[in-house]
Design a protein. Structure first.
Length: 437
Protein backbone atom coordinates (compact mmCIF):
# COMPACT_ATOMS: atom_id res chain seq x y z
CA UNK A 1 0.00 0.00 0.00
CA UNK A 2 2.88 2.36 0.68
CA UNK A 3 4.10 2.01 -2.93
CA UNK A 4 0.60 2.77 -4.20
CA UNK A 5 0.34 5.82 -1.96
CA UNK A 6 3.73 7.01 -3.19
CA UNK A 7 2.66 6.57 -6.81
CA UNK A 8 -0.63 8.30 -6.15
CA UNK A 9 1.21 11.22 -4.57
CA UNK A 10 3.46 11.44 -7.63
CA UNK A 11 0.40 11.43 -9.89
CA UNK A 12 -1.07 14.25 -7.80
CA UNK A 13 2.12 16.29 -8.29
CA UNK A 14 2.24 15.44 -12.01
CA UNK A 15 -1.33 16.37 -12.90
CA UNK A 16 -3.49 19.45 -13.42
CA UNK A 17 -6.45 19.46 -11.05
CA UNK A 18 -9.90 20.93 -11.72
CA UNK A 19 -13.25 21.09 -9.94
CA UNK A 20 -15.65 20.65 -12.84
CA UNK A 21 -15.85 20.49 -16.63
CA UNK A 22 -17.21 24.02 -16.74
CA UNK A 23 -14.30 25.65 -14.92
CA UNK A 24 -11.35 23.55 -16.15
CA UNK A 25 -8.53 25.58 -17.71
CA UNK A 26 -7.42 23.84 -20.92
CA UNK A 27 -4.69 26.28 -21.99
CA UNK A 28 -1.86 23.90 -21.08
CA UNK A 29 -3.62 21.01 -22.82
CA UNK A 30 -3.96 23.12 -25.99
CA UNK A 31 -0.23 23.82 -25.81
CA UNK A 32 0.57 20.12 -25.45
CA UNK A 33 -1.67 19.27 -28.39
CA UNK A 34 0.32 21.81 -30.39
CA UNK A 35 -0.07 21.51 -34.16
CA UNK A 36 -1.53 18.00 -34.12
CA UNK A 37 -3.80 17.27 -37.05
CA UNK A 38 -5.80 14.53 -35.31
CA UNK A 39 -6.91 14.52 -31.67
CA UNK A 40 -8.41 11.30 -30.29
CA UNK A 41 -10.83 11.74 -27.37
CA UNK A 42 -11.73 8.48 -25.68
CA UNK A 43 -14.16 7.33 -23.00
CA UNK A 44 -14.13 4.47 -20.52
CA UNK A 45 -17.83 3.80 -21.05
CA UNK A 46 -20.54 4.61 -23.59
CA UNK A 47 -22.83 6.05 -20.94
CA UNK A 48 -20.98 8.57 -18.72
CA UNK A 49 -21.97 12.25 -18.84
CA UNK A 50 -18.61 13.66 -17.74
CA UNK A 51 -16.82 11.98 -20.65
CA UNK A 52 -19.20 13.53 -23.19
CA UNK A 53 -19.11 16.94 -21.52
CA UNK A 54 -15.33 17.07 -21.30
CA UNK A 55 -14.92 15.92 -24.90
CA UNK A 56 -17.29 18.69 -25.91
CA UNK A 57 -15.31 21.25 -23.88
CA UNK A 58 -12.02 20.18 -25.45
CA UNK A 59 -13.51 20.04 -28.95
CA UNK A 60 -14.92 23.58 -28.64
CA UNK A 61 -11.47 24.89 -27.75
CA UNK A 62 -9.85 22.96 -30.59
CA UNK A 63 -12.37 24.56 -32.96
CA UNK A 64 -12.01 28.08 -31.60
CA UNK A 65 -8.27 28.13 -30.86
CA UNK A 66 -6.75 25.52 -33.18
CA UNK A 67 -8.85 25.72 -36.35
CA UNK A 68 -10.32 22.20 -36.20
CA UNK A 69 -13.20 21.79 -38.65
CA UNK A 70 -14.01 18.06 -38.37
CA UNK A 71 -15.69 16.13 -35.58
CA UNK A 72 -15.93 12.38 -36.14
CA UNK A 73 -17.58 9.86 -33.86
CA UNK A 74 -18.11 6.14 -33.28
CA UNK A 75 -21.56 6.56 -34.83
CA UNK A 76 -23.32 5.41 -37.98
CA UNK A 77 -22.58 7.47 -41.08
CA UNK A 78 -26.24 8.21 -42.03
CA UNK A 79 -27.15 9.27 -38.48
CA UNK A 80 -24.11 11.53 -38.25
CA UNK A 81 -25.02 13.00 -41.64
CA UNK A 82 -28.33 14.00 -40.07
CA UNK A 83 -26.41 16.08 -37.49
CA UNK A 84 -24.05 17.35 -40.20
CA UNK A 85 -26.96 18.69 -42.25
CA UNK A 86 -28.41 20.43 -39.21
CA UNK A 87 -25.22 22.10 -37.97
CA UNK A 88 -24.33 23.26 -41.49
CA UNK A 89 -27.68 25.00 -41.92
CA UNK A 90 -29.40 22.37 -44.05
CA UNK A 91 -32.31 21.63 -41.72
CA UNK A 92 -34.52 20.74 -44.69
CA UNK A 93 -32.17 17.83 -45.53
CA UNK A 94 -32.09 16.72 -41.89
CA UNK A 95 -35.87 16.70 -41.70
CA UNK A 96 -36.06 14.25 -44.60
CA UNK A 97 -34.49 11.45 -42.55
CA UNK A 98 -36.85 9.46 -40.37
CA UNK A 99 -35.94 8.24 -36.90
CA UNK A 100 -32.17 8.83 -36.76
CA UNK A 101 -30.25 7.25 -33.88
CA UNK A 102 -32.91 4.58 -33.48
CA UNK A 103 -30.45 1.65 -33.49
CA UNK A 104 -29.40 0.14 -30.15
CA UNK A 105 -27.87 1.71 -28.09
CA UNK A 106 -29.90 4.88 -28.65
CA UNK A 107 -28.54 6.65 -25.55
CA UNK A 108 -24.99 6.54 -26.87
CA UNK A 109 -25.65 9.58 -29.05
CA UNK A 110 -29.25 10.60 -28.34
CA UNK A 111 -28.47 12.13 -24.96
CA UNK A 112 -28.63 15.58 -23.42
CA UNK A 113 -24.87 16.14 -23.53
CA UNK A 114 -24.77 15.48 -27.28
CA UNK A 115 -27.87 17.60 -27.86
CA UNK A 116 -26.26 20.61 -26.18
CA UNK A 117 -23.01 20.12 -28.11
CA UNK A 118 -24.89 19.80 -31.39
CA UNK A 119 -26.73 23.07 -30.77
CA UNK A 120 -23.38 24.74 -30.01
CA UNK A 121 -21.97 23.49 -33.35
CA UNK A 122 -25.05 24.82 -35.15
CA UNK A 123 -24.65 28.25 -33.53
CA UNK A 124 -20.91 28.32 -34.30
CA UNK A 125 -21.46 27.48 -37.97
CA UNK A 126 -24.24 30.04 -38.25
CA UNK A 127 -21.79 32.84 -37.46
CA UNK A 128 -19.05 31.37 -39.69
CA UNK A 129 -19.21 32.78 -43.22
CA UNK A 130 -16.61 30.57 -44.92
CA UNK A 131 -17.97 27.18 -45.95
CA UNK A 132 -14.48 25.70 -45.56
CA UNK A 133 -14.36 26.81 -41.92
CA UNK A 134 -17.77 25.43 -41.00
CA UNK A 135 -17.62 22.39 -38.74
CA UNK A 136 -18.66 19.01 -40.14
CA UNK A 137 -19.85 16.03 -38.11
CA UNK A 138 -19.21 12.56 -39.53
CA UNK A 139 -19.85 8.97 -38.40
CA UNK A 140 -17.09 6.37 -38.58
CA UNK A 141 -18.89 3.11 -37.83
CA UNK A 142 -20.19 0.44 -40.24
CA UNK A 143 -23.38 -0.90 -38.66
CA UNK A 144 -25.75 1.14 -40.86
CA UNK A 145 -25.85 -1.36 -43.71
CA UNK A 146 -29.49 -0.92 -44.70
CA UNK A 147 -29.73 2.81 -43.96
CA UNK A 148 -26.69 3.30 -46.18
CA UNK A 149 -28.33 1.27 -48.95
CA UNK A 150 -31.31 3.64 -48.80
CA UNK A 151 -29.00 6.67 -49.03
CA UNK A 152 -27.12 5.32 -52.04
CA UNK A 153 -30.32 4.43 -53.90
CA UNK A 154 -31.85 7.84 -53.11
CA UNK A 155 -28.78 9.58 -54.49
CA UNK A 156 -28.54 7.45 -57.63
CA UNK A 157 -32.24 7.92 -58.31
CA UNK A 158 -31.60 11.68 -58.52
CA UNK A 159 -28.46 11.60 -60.68
CA UNK A 160 -28.74 8.39 -62.72
CA UNK A 161 -32.05 6.48 -62.47
CA UNK A 162 -30.82 3.67 -64.73
CA UNK A 163 -27.84 3.00 -62.46
CA UNK A 164 -30.17 3.23 -59.47
CA UNK A 165 -32.35 0.45 -60.92
CA UNK A 166 -29.31 -1.80 -61.42
CA UNK A 167 -28.02 -1.02 -57.91
CA UNK A 168 -31.40 -1.81 -56.36
CA UNK A 169 -31.42 -5.24 -57.99
CA UNK A 170 -27.91 -5.95 -56.73
CA UNK A 171 -28.64 -4.82 -53.18
CA UNK A 172 -31.68 -7.11 -53.13
CA UNK A 173 -29.14 -9.85 -52.45
CA UNK A 174 -28.81 -8.50 -48.88
CA UNK A 175 -32.48 -7.96 -48.14
CA UNK A 176 -33.25 -11.35 -46.51
CA UNK A 177 -31.17 -10.31 -43.46
CA UNK A 178 -32.51 -6.78 -42.99
CA UNK A 179 -33.94 -7.61 -39.55
CA UNK A 180 -30.71 -9.26 -38.33
CA UNK A 181 -27.61 -8.78 -40.53
CA UNK A 182 -25.56 -11.11 -38.31
CA UNK A 183 -27.52 -14.07 -39.73
CA UNK A 184 -25.87 -13.37 -43.09
CA UNK A 185 -22.64 -14.86 -41.77
CA UNK A 186 -24.40 -18.07 -40.72
CA UNK A 187 -25.93 -18.39 -44.16
CA UNK A 188 -22.45 -18.09 -45.69
CA UNK A 189 -21.04 -20.76 -43.37
CA UNK A 190 -23.83 -23.22 -44.14
CA UNK A 191 -23.73 -22.27 -47.85
CA UNK A 192 -27.48 -21.65 -47.79
CA UNK A 193 -27.04 -18.45 -49.76
CA UNK A 194 -24.42 -17.07 -52.13
CA UNK A 195 -22.19 -14.22 -51.08
CA UNK A 196 -23.30 -10.69 -51.98
CA UNK A 197 -19.70 -9.47 -52.20
CA UNK A 198 -19.63 -9.08 -55.99
CA UNK A 199 -22.92 -7.19 -56.08
CA UNK A 200 -21.97 -4.55 -53.52
CA UNK A 201 -18.51 -4.06 -55.02
CA UNK A 202 -20.01 -3.63 -58.48
CA UNK A 203 -22.30 -0.93 -57.12
CA UNK A 204 -19.35 0.87 -55.57
CA UNK A 205 -17.45 0.69 -58.86
CA UNK A 206 -20.43 2.00 -60.81
CA UNK A 207 -20.75 4.92 -58.45
CA UNK A 208 -17.06 5.74 -58.78
CA UNK A 209 -17.41 5.77 -62.59
CA UNK A 210 -19.68 8.81 -62.36
CA UNK A 211 -17.49 10.52 -59.73
CA UNK A 212 -16.06 13.34 -61.85
CA UNK A 213 -19.37 14.56 -63.23
CA UNK A 214 -21.31 14.23 -59.97
CA UNK A 215 -18.62 15.54 -57.62
CA UNK A 216 -18.29 18.69 -59.70
CA UNK A 217 -22.06 19.22 -59.61
CA UNK A 218 -22.34 18.67 -55.84
CA UNK A 219 -19.21 17.43 -54.14
CA UNK A 220 -20.72 17.01 -50.69
CA UNK A 221 -23.68 14.93 -51.85
CA UNK A 222 -21.46 12.70 -53.96
CA UNK A 223 -18.99 12.25 -51.09
CA UNK A 224 -21.87 11.20 -48.84
CA UNK A 225 -23.09 8.65 -51.38
CA UNK A 226 -19.60 7.31 -52.00
CA UNK A 227 -18.94 6.81 -48.29
CA UNK A 228 -22.26 5.02 -47.89
CA UNK A 229 -21.39 2.73 -50.81
CA UNK A 230 -17.97 2.04 -49.30
CA UNK A 231 -19.64 1.35 -45.95
CA UNK A 232 -21.99 -1.17 -47.58
CA UNK A 233 -19.06 -3.04 -49.11
CA UNK A 234 -17.16 -3.08 -45.80
CA UNK A 235 -20.27 -4.00 -43.80
CA UNK A 236 -21.05 -6.90 -46.15
CA UNK A 237 -17.56 -8.27 -45.56
CA UNK A 238 -17.84 -7.63 -41.81
CA UNK A 239 -21.15 -9.48 -41.44
CA UNK A 240 -20.03 -12.24 -43.83
CA UNK A 241 -17.02 -13.08 -41.62
CA UNK A 242 -18.21 -12.13 -38.13
CA UNK A 243 -18.87 -15.70 -36.94
CA UNK A 244 -15.80 -17.48 -38.24
CA UNK A 245 -13.22 -14.68 -37.91
CA UNK A 246 -14.12 -12.67 -34.81
CA UNK A 247 -10.70 -11.07 -34.30
CA UNK A 248 -10.57 -10.24 -37.97
CA UNK A 249 -14.03 -8.66 -37.79
CA UNK A 250 -12.77 -6.31 -35.04
CA UNK A 251 -9.86 -5.34 -37.28
CA UNK A 252 -12.17 -4.87 -40.26
CA UNK A 253 -14.33 -2.51 -38.23
CA UNK A 254 -11.42 -0.38 -36.96
CA UNK A 255 -9.79 -0.34 -40.41
CA UNK A 256 -13.09 0.93 -41.80
CA UNK A 257 -13.36 3.63 -39.13
CA UNK A 258 -9.79 4.78 -39.71
CA UNK A 259 -10.17 4.79 -43.50
CA UNK A 260 -13.37 6.82 -43.10
CA UNK A 261 -11.45 9.33 -40.97
CA UNK A 262 -8.81 9.58 -43.69
CA UNK A 263 -11.46 10.01 -46.38
CA UNK A 264 -13.05 12.89 -44.45
CA UNK A 265 -9.68 14.58 -43.95
CA UNK A 266 -8.94 14.27 -47.67
CA UNK A 267 -12.38 15.58 -48.62
CA UNK A 268 -12.07 18.61 -46.31
CA UNK A 269 -8.63 19.52 -47.66
CA UNK A 270 -4.93 19.41 -46.82
CA UNK A 271 -5.24 21.94 -43.98
CA UNK A 272 -8.13 20.18 -42.25
CA UNK A 273 -7.90 18.90 -38.67
CA UNK A 274 -10.10 16.27 -37.05
CA UNK A 275 -11.31 15.28 -33.59
CA UNK A 276 -12.33 11.65 -33.04
CA UNK A 277 -14.81 10.61 -30.34
CA UNK A 278 -14.75 6.88 -29.58
CA UNK A 279 -14.23 4.39 -26.78
CA UNK A 280 -10.80 4.04 -25.16
CA UNK A 281 -10.64 0.52 -26.60
CA UNK A 282 -10.68 1.99 -30.12
CA UNK A 283 -8.42 4.98 -29.45
CA UNK A 284 -5.78 3.76 -26.99
CA UNK A 285 -2.89 2.28 -28.98
CA UNK A 286 -3.70 -1.45 -29.22
CA UNK A 287 0.00 -2.33 -29.20
CA UNK A 288 0.10 -1.29 -25.52
CA UNK A 289 -2.72 -3.68 -24.53
CA UNK A 290 -3.44 -7.40 -24.52
CA UNK A 291 -5.47 -6.80 -27.70
CA UNK A 292 -2.18 -6.96 -29.59
CA UNK A 293 -1.51 -10.51 -28.38
CA UNK A 294 -4.82 -11.50 -29.97
CA UNK A 295 -3.77 -9.96 -33.28
CA UNK A 296 -6.10 -6.98 -32.88
CA UNK A 297 -5.38 -3.40 -33.84
CA UNK A 298 -7.41 -0.22 -33.54
CA UNK A 299 -7.78 3.39 -34.65
CA UNK A 300 -5.24 4.60 -32.08
CA UNK A 301 -2.53 2.30 -33.44
CA UNK A 302 -3.34 3.08 -37.08
CA UNK A 303 -3.41 6.82 -36.40
CA UNK A 304 0.00 6.78 -34.71
CA UNK A 305 1.45 4.72 -37.55
CA UNK A 306 0.05 7.14 -40.14
CA UNK A 307 0.38 10.55 -38.45
CA UNK A 308 3.13 10.02 -35.86
CA UNK A 309 3.50 13.01 -33.54
CA UNK A 310 0.68 14.79 -35.40
CA UNK A 311 -1.87 12.71 -33.49
CA UNK A 312 -2.62 13.39 -29.82
CA UNK A 313 -4.38 10.62 -27.94
CA UNK A 314 -6.42 11.26 -24.76
CA UNK A 315 -7.96 8.54 -22.61
CA UNK A 316 -10.59 8.90 -19.86
CA UNK A 317 -11.32 7.02 -16.67
CA UNK A 318 -13.44 6.87 -13.50
CA UNK A 319 -13.67 4.92 -10.27
CA UNK A 320 -17.34 4.86 -9.25
CA UNK A 321 -20.73 6.45 -9.77
CA UNK A 322 -23.50 5.61 -12.23
CA UNK A 323 -23.51 4.66 -15.90
CA UNK A 324 -26.14 4.16 -18.60
CA UNK A 325 -25.81 0.63 -19.97
CA UNK A 326 -27.76 -2.51 -20.80
CA UNK A 327 -27.47 -5.99 -19.28
CA UNK A 328 -27.50 -7.68 -22.69
CA UNK A 329 -27.28 -6.69 -26.35
CA UNK A 330 -30.51 -5.04 -27.45
CA UNK A 331 -31.80 -4.80 -23.89
CA UNK A 332 -33.29 -1.71 -22.25
CA UNK A 333 -31.06 1.06 -20.93
CA UNK A 334 -30.53 0.89 -17.18
CA UNK A 335 -28.86 3.30 -14.76
CA UNK A 336 -26.30 1.05 -13.10
CA UNK A 337 -23.92 1.58 -10.21
CA UNK A 338 -20.27 1.45 -11.28
CA UNK A 339 -18.36 -0.80 -8.91
CA UNK A 340 -15.32 0.68 -7.11
CA UNK A 341 -12.21 -0.16 -9.11
CA UNK A 342 -10.21 -3.37 -8.76
CA UNK A 343 -7.27 -3.22 -6.35
CA UNK A 344 -4.75 -4.11 -9.10
CA UNK A 345 -6.00 -1.55 -11.61
CA UNK A 346 -4.87 1.84 -12.84
CA UNK A 347 -8.24 3.11 -11.69
CA UNK A 348 -7.47 2.17 -8.07
CA UNK A 349 -4.17 4.07 -8.23
CA UNK A 350 -5.93 7.16 -9.58
CA UNK A 351 -8.71 6.82 -7.00
CA UNK A 352 -6.09 7.17 -4.26
CA UNK A 353 -4.90 10.54 -5.60
CA UNK A 354 -5.90 13.31 -3.19
CA UNK A 355 -8.11 15.10 -5.74
CA UNK A 356 -11.25 14.09 -7.59
CA UNK A 357 -10.57 15.32 -11.14
CA UNK A 358 -7.36 15.88 -13.05
CA UNK A 359 -5.53 15.89 -16.38
CA UNK A 360 -2.41 13.74 -16.39
CA UNK A 361 0.07 14.56 -19.21
CA UNK A 362 1.95 11.45 -20.34
CA UNK A 363 3.70 12.43 -23.57
CA UNK A 364 4.93 15.65 -21.95
CA UNK A 365 4.92 14.69 -18.25
CA UNK A 366 5.19 17.35 -15.58
CA UNK A 367 7.55 14.98 -13.71
CA UNK A 368 9.72 12.62 -15.75
CA UNK A 369 9.37 9.75 -13.25
CA UNK A 370 5.65 9.41 -13.80
CA UNK A 371 5.87 7.63 -17.15
CA UNK A 372 8.38 5.14 -15.81
CA UNK A 373 6.29 4.44 -12.70
CA UNK A 374 3.12 3.88 -14.71
CA UNK A 375 4.61 1.85 -17.59
CA UNK A 376 4.32 -1.63 -15.98
CA UNK A 377 1.07 -3.23 -17.11
CA UNK A 378 -1.94 -3.06 -14.85
CA UNK A 379 -5.60 -3.86 -15.19
CA UNK A 380 -7.69 -1.23 -16.94
CA UNK A 381 -11.49 -1.06 -17.02
CA UNK A 382 -13.65 -0.78 -20.15
CA UNK A 383 -17.46 -0.49 -19.98
CA UNK A 384 -19.22 -0.58 -23.33
CA UNK A 385 -22.95 -0.49 -24.00
CA UNK A 386 -23.28 -3.61 -21.82
CA UNK A 387 -22.21 -3.58 -18.17
CA UNK A 388 -22.25 -6.68 -15.97
CA UNK A 389 -20.97 -5.76 -12.49
CA UNK A 390 -21.43 -9.33 -11.27
CA UNK A 391 -18.68 -10.53 -13.66
CA UNK A 392 -16.77 -7.26 -13.87
CA UNK A 393 -13.22 -8.64 -13.61
CA UNK A 394 -13.78 -11.14 -16.44
CA UNK A 395 -16.04 -8.92 -18.55
CA UNK A 396 -14.62 -5.43 -18.21
CA UNK A 397 -10.92 -5.50 -17.36
CA UNK A 398 -7.86 -6.05 -19.53
CA UNK A 399 -4.12 -5.52 -19.14
CA UNK A 400 -2.49 -2.45 -20.61
CA UNK A 401 0.41 -0.02 -20.25
CA UNK A 402 -1.30 3.34 -19.87
CA UNK A 403 1.58 5.68 -20.85
CA UNK A 404 2.14 3.65 -24.03
CA UNK A 405 -1.59 3.73 -24.79
CA UNK A 406 -2.28 7.44 -24.39
CA UNK A 407 -0.55 10.82 -24.61
CA UNK A 408 -2.77 12.16 -21.83
CA UNK A 409 -5.31 10.78 -19.35
CA UNK A 410 -8.30 12.59 -17.85
CA UNK A 411 -9.68 11.32 -14.57
CA UNK A 412 -13.08 11.81 -12.90
CA UNK A 413 -13.23 9.96 -9.59
CA UNK A 414 -17.04 9.93 -9.42
CA UNK A 415 -19.23 10.11 -12.51
CA UNK A 416 -22.91 10.06 -13.45
CA UNK A 417 -24.90 8.44 -16.22
CA UNK A 418 -25.76 10.32 -19.39
CA UNK A 419 -29.31 11.63 -19.60
CA UNK A 420 -30.97 9.86 -22.52
CA UNK A 421 -33.37 11.89 -24.64
CA UNK A 422 -37.03 10.87 -24.44
CA UNK A 423 -38.23 8.80 -27.37
CA UNK A 424 -41.43 10.82 -27.51
CA UNK A 425 -41.32 14.58 -27.30
CA UNK A 426 -43.19 15.72 -24.20
CA UNK A 427 -45.19 18.92 -23.76
CA UNK A 428 -42.83 21.67 -22.66
CA UNK A 429 -39.71 19.50 -23.10
CA UNK A 430 -36.55 21.03 -24.52
CA UNK A 431 -36.11 20.88 -28.27
CA UNK A 432 -34.55 17.53 -29.20
CA UNK A 433 -34.00 18.23 -32.90
CA UNK A 434 -31.88 17.00 -34.73
CA UNK A 435 -32.08 13.70 -32.86
CA UNK A 436 -35.66 13.21 -33.93
CA UNK A 437 -37.08 12.35 -30.53
Amino acid sequence: MKANRSLSELIGQSSEHFKSVDDVNLDNLMERIGDSRVVLLGEASHGTAEFYDMRARITKELIEKKGFTIVTAEADWPDAAHINHYIRGREHDALRQNKPFSRFPTWMWANKSMLEFTHWLHAYNKKTESSEQKIGFYGLDLYSLYSSIDRVLDYLQKVDPKTAEIARERYDCLMPWEDDPSLYSRAMITEQHKSCEVEVLNNLQDLLKIELECSVANGEQFFDAKQNAKLIADAERYYRTVYYAKNNSWNQRDHHMFETLQAVLEFRGAQSKAVVWAHNSHLGDARATQMSARGELNIGQLARQEYGDKVYNIGFGTDHGTVAAASSWGGPMEIKQVQPSHIDSYERVFHEVATDNFLLPLRYPLHEDIRKKLLPERLERAIGVIYRPETELQSHYFYASLPAQFDEYIWFDKTRAVEALPKQREEGAFDTFPFGY
